[in-house]
Design a protein around this ligand. Structure first.
Ligand code: GLY
Length: 373
């Protein structure tokens, strides 16, 4: 069964297809979009080993010619150097403005290829074939593309929507369990920010979903994509509601920066800790009930995710002031003020720009004291 979600953006509207076995049928879905029977697949070394052959065969079945650019794996590719390497490789292949690029990979490949597509020959089309849970439920949808700067993550980029997203949930079977769990944090995010029923569904089904139940995975990916599609259609450029998708990210990005964007803390793990902290901050400001953060921490821990500051490698050496300083590079900063995504309840996130840095520092100090104790 193929589940279809439409991102309703007028003449840039596109479908997200969710289900099993989609990669082997990719030619069928991609062919109607192409202006000539040719596309360039961009992927990384790890994903190429597992999935590139299947995608090439699927294109060949529909007589679509292709070239592949295979990049080293890892976040370091989202750099000026990685971006230059990709653009030069694509231009050397003589890609034309009307050609399509296919991003086959996780969030790094999707962000990098999307950004290259936004500027190469002044703008090309691209298709997302996300291979990680994080990319299937979040980064492949909505057109945010970027590379990193020395000043922080994703600071150089563009909004550039894909023409199609193919989320084949069978590809999740080959993910390392830690990466799968990290992606699951983004799934939890949708429940916490706007869908209390979905959050309760995850409490009941999350462990089985992570253990490999394909139906539950497809249902979760579809529900997350439908949620995100609705938000993106209403607020493509993050003037308002789209910012809610950053629940947990202000804290999470600060923790990622402090741990050097390394294996010490994966992005989704930072988001997990960050979401629990956002609920703790919300409770300390009187916005929500104090029982919610412990409930969320219990679920995150039950599925094997870090949920508290003390779970982060090296937390005993963190300084609240330094973490706060990292937050000041957040893309949501407006007029020099930090913007936080907080919550009034599970499923009711709100954006606030009136949180005093002191309240944040106090929360971090309190949580770090518990770490040291
Ligand atoms: N990842 C958040 C967004 O796409 O807006």
């Amino acid at each position: 069964m193929i589940r279809k979600v439409r991102v309703a953006l007028d003449d840039r509207a596109y479908d997200i297809l969710v289900g099993g076995g989609l990669l082997a049928r990719a030619g069928e879905f991609i062919e109607p979009l192409l202006r000539r029977p040719f596309a360039v697949i961009v992927t990384d070394e790890n994903v190429a080993d597992r999935h590139l052959g299947t995608l090439k065969r699927a294109l060949a079945q529909k007589n679509i010619g292709c070239e592949a650019v295979i990049l080293p794996a890892g976040e370091s590719q989202k750099s000026y150097a990685g971006f230059e390497q990709l653009c030069e490789a694509l231009l050397a292949l003589k890609v034309e403005r009307r050609d399509h690029l296919i991003a086959l990979g996780g969030g790094v490949i999707g962000d990098l290829v999307g950004f290259a597509a936004s500027v190469l020959r002044r703008g090309m089309d691209f298709i997302q074939v996300p291979t990680s849970l994080l990319a299937q439920v979040d980064s492949s949808v909505g057109g945010k593309t970027a590379i990193n700067s020395r000043q922080g993550k994703n600071l150089i980029g563009a909004f550039h929507q894909p023409r199609l997203v193919l989320a084949d949930v069978d590809l999740l079977d080959t993910l390392p369990p830690r990466e799968l769990r990290a992606g699951y944090a983004e799934v939890v995010k949708y429940g916490l920010l706007g869908d209390a029923d979905f959050y309760a569904w995850l409490e009941a089904n999350g462990a089985r979903l992570l253990a490999g139940d394909a139906q539950l995975r497809a249902e979760a990916v579809e529900r997350c994509c439908a949620h995100k599609a609705r938000i993106v259609a209403a607020d493509e450029r993050e003037e308002g509601e789209r910012a809610l998708l950053n629940l947990g990210h202000t804290f999470g990005h600060a923790l990622e920066a402090e741990t050097g964007y390394s294996q010490r803390l994966l992005h989704g793990e930072g988001v997990a800790v960050g979401m629990a902290l956002a609920f703790r901050l919300s409770a300390s400001l009187g916005l929500c009930d104090a029982s919610l953060a412990p409930r969320i921490e219990r679920h995150l821990e039950a599925v094997g995710l870090p949920a508290r500051l003390r779970d982060v490698d090296g937390a005993e050496r963190f300084s609240p002031a330094v973490l706060l300083d990292h937050m000041k590079q957040d893309k949501k900063v407006r007029d020099g003020k930090l913007v936080f995504i907080l919550a009034e309840a599970i499923g009711r996130a709100v954006q606030r720009n009136d949180v005093s840095p002191r309240a944040v520092e106090e929360l971090l100090s309190e949580q770090l004291t518990k770490t040291a104790a």
